[in-house]
Design a protein around this ligand. Sequence first.
Ligand code: PRP
Length: 184
Amino acid sequence: MNTKETMHPDCEKILFSEETIQKRIEEVAAEVDKALPHDSVIAICVLNGAVMFFADLVRKLHHDIQFDFMSVSSYGDGTTSGALKIKKDISANVKGKDVLIVEDIIDSGRTLMLLKKLLEDRGAASVKIVTLLNKPSRREVDMYSDFNCFDVGNEFIIGYGLDYAQQYRSLPYIGILKREIYEK
Ligand code: PRP
């Protein structure tokens, strides 16, 4: 049996420990605090990957922030910006509101580009994005988050919300999955 105190056997390397993650989130929360208005901000957690990051980030903000949750995925043929599939929508009406999207990773950039546009089209007063991880080598569209905790290389990242086939999300650290696991 694995305990979470030791590195999971499927993990090649720990990139960011629990302590490193918490310290960095504290710094990013301070940036978000400075940049956002101090009332009626709605933070949207993009399920499932962002759950841990969202829970830690909002506790470090000084804003009394509203929460909402959304589950989306982007699809397309690779030549267009694609379309957004909404698997679970938010409950809040964002018209006239300042919105903070909280996402685990920006990869091709398609999901966040489409989600930001959707919220703007619904009349949000402003839409800012905070990401835990940025994988710039995989970018396919001109999209960046406003705040980001860590840049990562083109490796399979697991832990702290991020999965492979729905596994490893509950690891408290961020690591690289062994190649033999996803190539077998
Ligand atoms: C991941 C991640 C982003 C998206 C990023 O979601 O949470 O939503 O992919 O990729 P992109 O920049 O190429 O669009 P995933 O569909 O794996 O769902 P999950 O959060 O439930 O793991």
